[in-house]
Write a protein that binds this ligand. Structure first.
Ligand code: HEM
Ligand code: HEM
Length: 133
């Protein structure tokens, strides 16, 4: 029972991470395919609504990722003890969220900050892949 809940919290963590990373993807699609999307009025309006939702809630998704990661960690730790690949993924995730919070507070975010935040997002994907494989 506990183990199932632990797995569920792990999956929710992944889901929230994916919602956070969509921030990049929706903007990319919008920039690249705006002219094509605009031809279909309904599709364009649905897409821009979805994009606004994803971009507006980005910080929330990021913070919630850590909340569910903590729940996942507490349960898995109580059942299995430490897990190396999990700890690595969690360490990078903590770094990412810390960087995100910092970036959301400062007035001028440089290009280096964005590059780091984007790069770490990819590193997390790899770390999660190794952890759940
Ligand atoms: C970003 C961080 C993490 C994510 C996204 C994550 C996500 C997941 C997911 C999706 C699973 C697979 C669940 C399944 O197959 O049903 C899993 C399994 C597991 N996680 Fe994590 N996890 C993270 C960090 C951690 C940490 C810090 C620990 C340390 C205790 C941990 C311990 C475990 C264990 C022991 C399993 C395997 C359970 C089994 O063998 O069935 N995870 N995790
Ligand atoms: C799961 C953790 C997170 C991931 C995977 C993630 C990923 C990303 C990515 C890929 C971008 C680039 C978007 C672009 O190129 O335009 C971005 C932008 C940004 N992130 Fe995060 N992020 C996370 C957590 C956070 C948190 C917790 C905060 C703040 C509380 C945050 C604040 C920002 C800000 C301010 C930007 C730039 C402006 C914007 O696009 O909204 N991020 N994030």
């Amino acid at each position: 029972m506990f183990k199932e809940i632990g797995s569920l919290f792990g999956s929710i963590t992944v889901l929230l991470y994916l919602l956070a990373i969509l921030n990049y993807l929706v903007k990319f699609i919008y920039k690249k395919y705006r002219n094509e999307l605009i031809i279909n009025e309904k599709l364009y309006s649905s897409f821009t609504k979805f994009m606004k939702f994803i971009v507006k809630r980005h910080n929330l998704f990021g913070v919630l990722t850590i909340a569910f990661l903590l729940l996942h960690f507490l349960i898995q730790f109580s059942q299995y003890g430490l897990n190396t690949t999990g700890v690595i993924a969690a360490g990078i995730m903590l770094l990412q969220v810390g960087l995100g919070i910092y970036g959301s507070k400062v007035k001028k975010r440089g290009g280096t900050w964005l590059l780091m935040h984007r790069t770490i997002a990819v590193l997390i994907l790899i770390a999660i892949g190794v952890h759940v494989e």
